[in-house]
Design a protein around this ligand. Structure first.
Ligand code: 5GP
Ligand code: MN
Length: 345
């Protein structure tokens, strides 16, 4: 099975960037998901293992509760909690690894410290349209996840034999979450070969699934059910659905980070649906609406995310952000759906 992603010159470049680095920072995007955290921690475990003792994982903010079990999670430095420590880490870094994001704006408030770092920049990601200016860019939108890329890189660098179980757990977690438990973006045979290689390291895949996907509080499940029952609008003739979630509704169900994760996928269970949109008020920033988009059945939501919602992402899983009221966001959402009505019909 062909797992190598890099040619000889690229492999040498990656090797030398790692060899020359003493202080390494690994960072991921705002509201890090299983792939951002999984890939960052797996890369950290690998770098530790090959003798890099000063590796720091820095994230803009918290990961949801269902990822807190990941090995190494306790060592993550959060910019919203420890801005000075994070700024210092970026300042001292001679290598900055940007994982699972394509634009530095995706790290939100941490953008300035990232951009002012003088360390060589290594981007490892699977989103469309990576930004330029990195010393090395490993951008593979054809891969299921950044974790899949990380596995392949470690493998190519000769690190599979000594890969530890914690490292394998982190990689599996990100591959699993970015494919919805291997239900989308996961048809290539190599993915299952990689899984077999991770299982050989002793990971318990069923337990990982339970930890991540069966971790709702009663309130969270009630919030999700409430949204689908009361807030989901379906435009049958355009095969599109959207829902809005306000701060008031979230506080009514004692919302905590992660409670809404993946809910945007649920309307896709409607036969023939092409587009699902979630509009959610940001609980931290006023007048901010977070947008999530999912598409299937031949429609691709990424251009819509860019054109209407200041965002982007993958062809069929995108997101964005609006600075407006929920009423305005809803109007824009309807406008966006109508703009693509010929493709959605
Ligand atoms: P989610 O709906 O899970 O928050 O995000 C789905 C995908 O959309 C993410 O993997 C990410 O690639 C992309 N995405 C989410 N928010 C933004 C954003 O604000 N800007 C851009 N460019 N992409 C986003
Ligand atoms: Mn990802």
């Amino acid at each position: 099975m062909e797992l190598n992603l890099l040619n000889d010159a690229e492999t040498e470049l990656l090797r030398s960037m790692i060899a020359e680095a003493t202080n390494i920072v690994i960072c991921g995007h705002r509201s890090p998901d299983g792939d951002a955290i999984g890939s960052s921690l797996a890369w950290m475990h690998y770098l530790y293992h090959i003798g890099k003792s000063n590796v720091k994982v820095c994230m803009p903010d918290a990961a949801p509760d269902f990822l807190h079990w990941l090995p190494g999670q306790n060592s993550i430095l959060r910019y919203d909690r420890k801005p000075k420590e994070v700024a210092q880490a970026f300042k001292e870094a001679d290598l900055v690894c940007c994982l699972d994001f394509n634009q530095s704006s995706r790290v939100d408030a941490m953008q300035d410290v990232l951009e002012s770092s003088e360390g060589s920049r290594l981007l490892i990601d699977h989103h469309l349209e990576p930004e330029s200016g990195c010393k090395m860019t490993i951008s593979r939108p054809d891969m299921s996840s950044t974790c899949e890329i990380i596995f392949r890189l470690i493998h190519q660098l000769g690190g599979y034999d000594t890969m530890t179980e914690p490292c394998a757990e982190c990689i599996y977690c990100g591959m699993m979450t970015d494919t919805g438990g291997f239900t989308y973006n996961s048809t290539r045979p190599e993915i299952y070969y990689i899984i077999s290689q991770l299982l050989a390291k002793g990971i318990n895949k069923d337990e990982i699934y339970n930890r991540v996907f069966h971790n709702y509080s009663t309130n969270a499940l009630r919030l999700r059910s409430y949204i689908i029952l009361n807030k989901m609008n379906v435009i049958e003739e355009l095969h599109a659905a959207y829902f809005t979630v306000t701060k008031e509704e979230m506080s009514r169900f004692h919302f905590i980070k992660g409670d809404m994760e993946g809910l945007v996928n649920i309307p896709q269970q409607i036969k023939g649906l092409k587009l699902s949109i979630s509009l959610r008020e940001d609980t931290e920033k006023p007048n901010t609406v977070l947008v999530s988009l999912r598409s299937c059945n031949g429609f691709h939501c990424q251009p819509m995310a860019t054109r209407f919602f200041n965002g982007g992402g993958h062809a069929d899983a995108s997101g964005g952000k609006l600075n407006c009221t929920m009423e305005e966001a809803e109007q824009l959402c309807i406008k966006a759906i109508l703009y693509y009505k010929e493709e959605l019909k």
